[in-house]
Design a protein around this ligand. Structure first.
Ligand code: C5P
Length: 321
């Protein structure tokens, strides 16, 4: 069968929120030890990918506004290198996820490239290899190779499946404030020494045993905590005001995600979420629902239908020998 000159797909890159985020001690490598629960949500970017085998690698990302040092290029170079392939790849990024909001937009874009290119190129790259590459690109990138709800340990790159809440409706509010993640970590003033019992968080542990599938995320109030709130709210009191406004608009839980600046709130149903979103200026708020792992994978299978075998994860190329 002749090799087609171009293989193209439009792939999803969903955002994440942190349902809980605990920062423990600083590590000798200057990263911090985390205990977090990641959750994919329906807000996402789309990436059009056009792949052509070539004698020399040429990559291009088309995005408005342009993103300097786009992580998409680093991800593409890394996975092409792993596959020992040279190619011309054109990416058109339709950016919907606000940048610098703690929503993992760049990380999700990078993971999307790691999932898409092997399927288009006709190579099998096992999930543990993709995870290793993902962790070199950023601590949050491996999560987007899984999706759904996952417990993140270590830098956040060591992932385990976590009981998935029932699909929950939420409002995300993204103020125009860029919080620097390294600076937010520094402001936490965590030390290198491991405080007594800090590796184990009993409340975290007992909650993870108690939650059953389909308990709505809105019932997770006791569990939803973010250690960054204190330091980021001190610096930017307007973010705390947004959180309070979500609660006064009827949110059962409201929390900042990652190191901010976005905050989300969960509502009993979609109409309540839509009504609450109207309290915020349009540019700032978006209604979302949580996306379970099965749905996350289905989105990928639909996007790569022409190139990958159904129900394989990571999507396995139809062209692979
Ligand atoms: O891994 P990533 O590139 O996303 O991390 C950005 C920065 O956030 C790191 O350089 C580090 O300063 C900080 N960080 C950390 N501990 C983590 C994750 C990130 O201190 N677990």
């Amino acid at each position: 069968m002749p090799v087609p000159s171009v293989r193209a797909a439009r792939v999803p890159a969903l955002a994440k929120i942190n349902l809980t985020l605990k920062v423990l001690h600083k590590r000798p490598d200057n990263y911090h030890e985390l205990r977090t629960v990641f959750q994919t949500i329906s807000l996402g970017d789309w990436i059009d990918v056009e792949y052509r085998p070539a004698k020399t690698t040429r990559l291009h990302v088309d995005c408005n506004p342009e993103i300097p040092d786009n992580i998409i290029l680093r991800a593409a170079n890394a996975v092409l290198h792993e596959m020992r392939l040279k190619a011309e790849v054109h990416f058109h990024l339709r950016k919907r996820i606000p940048m610098g909001g703690g929503l993992g937009g760049g990380s999700s874009n990078a993971a999307a490239v790691l999932l898409a290119l092997p399927a288009l190129a006709g190579k099998r790259v096992p999930i543990d290899t993709l995870t290793r590459i993902a962790a070199t690109l950023g601590s949050d990138v491996p999560f987007f190779l899984c999706g759904g709800t996952a417990l993140g340990l270590s830098r956040g790159e060591e992932l385990y499946p976590f009981p998935e809440p029932g699909v929950s409706h939420g409002v995300l509010v993204t103020p125009r404030i860029h919080v620097s993640t390294p600076l937010a970590f520094r402001r936490l003033r965590r030390h290198l020494t491991i405080p007594h019992n800090s590796r184990i968080i009993n409340s975290f542990q007992s909650f993870s045993w108690e939650v059953g599938d389909n308990l709505p995320a809105a019932s997770w109030r006791e569990f939803c905590q973010n250690d960054f709130e204190e330091v980021v709210f001190r610096q930017h009191p307007e973010i705390q005001r947004l959180k309070k406004k979500l609660i006064s608009s009827g949110a059962s839980v409201a929390l900042m995600t990652g190191s901010g600046s976005a905050v989300f709130g969960f509502f009993p149903n979609r109409p309540d979420a839509v009504a609450a979103a109207q309290v915020f200026p349009d540019a700032e708020s978006v209604v979302f629902r949580t996306v379970k792992r099965a749905r996350y994978r289905s989105l990928w299978w639909e996007s790569l239908e022409a190139h990958a075998l159904d129900h394989t994860w990571p999507p396995l190329s139809r062209y692979a020998e």
